[in-house]
Design a binder for this molecule. Sequence first.
Ligand SMILES: Cc1cc2nc3c(=O)[nH]c(=O)nc-3n(C[C@H](O)[C@H](O)[C@H](O)COP(=O)(O)OP(=O)(O)OC[C@H]3O[C@@H](n4cnc5c(N)ncnc54)[C@H](O)[C@@H]3O)c2cc1C
Length: 432
Amino acid sequence: MNPTSTPRPTSGHATRRRGRRVGITETKARAGALLEQGAAFMQLEASVLQAAGSQASSSQASSVDEKRPAPGEEHFDVIIIGAGQSGLSVGCHLARKGVKFVILEGRERVGDAWRSRWDSLRLFTPARYDGLAGMPFPADRFAFPTKDEMADYLEAYARKFSLPVRTGVKVDEVARLDGRYVVTAGRTRYSSDHVVIASASYQKPKVPDFAALLDPSIRQFHSSAYKNQAQLDPGGVLLVGAGNSGAEIAMDLAPTHQTWLAGRHPGNIPVAYNGYFAMRLVLPVVFRFVFHRLLTVDTPMGRKAKSGQLSHGLPLIRVKPRDLDEAGVRRVSRVAGARDGKPLLDDGRTLDVTNVIWCTGFKAGLDWIKLPIFDDNGRVKQYRGAVEGEPGLYVCGLHFQHSPSSTMIHGAARDASYVAGKISERMRAAAR
Ligand SMILES: Cc1cc2nc3c(=O)[nH]c(=O)nc-3n(C[C@H](O)[C@H](O)[C@H](O)COP(=O)(O)OP(=O)(O)OC[C@H]3O[C@@H](n4cnc5c(N)ncnc54)[C@H](O)[C@@H]3O)c2cc1C
């Protein structure tokens, strides 16, 4: 576990801050230590703010309702589950509003979701789109960071804003009890009137049932378990699923293995990805305008695009069909099942391969939420993160939560700001 303290607010909440600044000055004097305006000062300011925030919020909580946490239960104004880009962003926005919250993260380190991805992975978004609110990504704006650099960035972000992350706390259940949310992690229980599920859309690997019919001699695993070529047996490899992960892993494996890529081509960005033109013109238009502003749940075009993207995913961002051809990747039709223990294509052919990697995507993996929030397709019923029929419950980082950028780094801040705004509105209304 790694609890830290609540961050310092930024400008924009002058009235609130003015009141608290007295406390900061007093504490500085009490500390008797001369602190420079830097990290140490920020830590001190943050802890004072946290104390002030807890007082404000605990008095607020008791005036709002008389629900008290059960013995042994920790109570927070807001519980955020997941310390990826979505959870940290919500945390940062809540901190600016002086709300008392905690972020519960199942893994050992902030950023581990990125660290666990395959070795050669570089982000497909250049650094200018890889920073969260208040901290640009520390690299040349046109560079493509590695996955470990992204992981370290997230860790530095949590540290910079002193976000109260508790790592190694995997939430097993979210339920409602006596009008409040109860979050259980092992033997620990937390309660809150507000919970943000920021565990993203990439938690449970999706693999078709017929994977079980493949011959046991074939080595098979999901793309989330792929690290590098050394994991594969000698011989051919079939990548099932021709989206971004499938195409990128195909490029990684083609130099060492005969590689087949199966599935429908999802389309691609039609210009050289890292050329001058793409970097300065195409990517801003695609990421900032099309994925962020044009295609949203509030535009007719966006609503139409949503259903397609939820079933087929994003078009290829970096890899082009020509790149695959030049690398010697053989593209084949969808895998429809298995015959004689071999993968069967929907054109009736079977493939003789020794390895299969399922690049077939993920399920959100939210079955630990014991609340009636899912539609017939298993998707959370929500608008911009506010869950239908469950006041105080929010999600962040879902596919097309608001737009395609909702699952991208550069879209995290806007969704998080909306959710944090709704939470503080609700808290203010309850306190009146
Ligand atoms: C291979 C790959 C490459 C990508 N590349 C890019 C890119 O280049 N640019 C871009 O903008 N986007 C990219 N994305 C999309 C997206 O930015 C990432 O998936 C990102 O990690 C999503 O952030 P998140 O915070 O929403 O979720 P995550 O990073 O998955 O964070 C969720 C966190 O919640 C934690 N968690 C889950 N369940 C629980 C639980 N029950 N209890 C406690 N904690 C829990 C997890 O441990 C995790 O740390 C990529 C996605 C993938 C899969």
